[in-house]
Design a protein around this ligand. Sequence first.
Ligand SMILES: Cc1ncc(COP(=O)(O)O)c(C=O)c1O
Length: 405
Amino acid sequence: MTANDRGVPPEDLRAALESFPFPHAEGLHTPELGQLEKDYLTQCIDSGYVSSIGAYVERFESELATFSGAQCAIATSSGTTALHLALLAAGVKPGDIVLLPALTFVATANAIAHCGATPVALDVEEVSMGLDPEVLAEFFQSETTVGTQGTRLHRASDTPIAAVIAVHVLGHPCDIVATSEVCAKFGVSLVEDAAESLGSYVAGTHTGLFGSVGVFSFNGNKTITTGGGGCVVTQDKSIADRVRHLGTTARIPDPFEFDHDVVGYNYRMPNLNAALGCAQLERLPELLEGQRKLHDLYAYHFSHVESATLLDEPEGRESNFWLQALKLRSGGLAAREAVLTYGEGRGIPLRPLWKPIPAVKAHQHGLHREIPVALALHESVVCLPSSPSLLRQSSLTLAEGHSSQ
Ligand SMILES: Cc1ncc(COP(=O)(O)O)c(C=O)c1O
């Protein structure tokens, strides 16, 4: 009987987890909030502009555009609503198919369903856990054709394929250059779910700017937070105008009259949340530096562990290292459960990756493709506590640990 059969992690991993000074009962990624956030919130309340009109919203959008290099940034109430607007602006209609990687948070698939379209999941590449461009190309090649209107059709269901969503999982950029080339070759829009990858780059370009439109999330567990919030980024002014219009109840501009040309959405970010976001943006360089340092500390600490490897940024792609994670070398689901259970028993918040989309009850149907790599990753990856505060609280002990090893 192996250690895993008994529900115990491999000895080397258990020892490494035990000797890392995890603060008790920390969340997986808790926000850094302080006086600056309080000051901006107070100023926002004092201004009386707490809803979706206000100086902080404009400032947040403009600073995000500058940071990412986007021509246009439109702040929204969440990453999910940003994705919904991005897909609508990319032309997704009810009945269409949208392709997405099998390994992502359910919000990616939900946003497709909110458009009345069908999410069809494809397999991912091992190195980044993001969409595999070879699988995508093979899907287009063997399962699609060009319809009479020039649209790309899924041959078996005679359904238009309106878009591809690429996701940068845990902040690690997927092979977005190859993915965008495949999308261009087959004439399908690329939408980037960069919810987790603020501060991640490929060849000097920020993630989210490779497709026609991209989104970030500022949920409480992300690199920076607005409480709840998101943003659409694009280099295309006409897409930005459409996103802004749809997200602001599709109101036709008029000094007095309330008229709306389509059924729109109230998806804009309130000024209060943007005030928090402006303070957080000022901390962003320091937070990104901290996330990379934490990665280096974990890399050092787990370097002697043979039963697991720390996930790293793929070569040539710069990660923001939003969430640190270990990949177990063997043992399948039982080994992962043993590690998660061990963490739970010691107050270390270890978490699995999401269930692959084809296995999620709300999105089960027959159009998803085979996803062996995504299934293997789901069984073997365990996310580690990744809060910026961890670095502060652990540094002294770790520094001592370095010298004693
Ligand atoms: C990959 C991914 N897509 C979309 C979302 C949705 O963002 P939000 O929670 O802000 O709606 C999240 C995170 O929460 C995410 O991790």
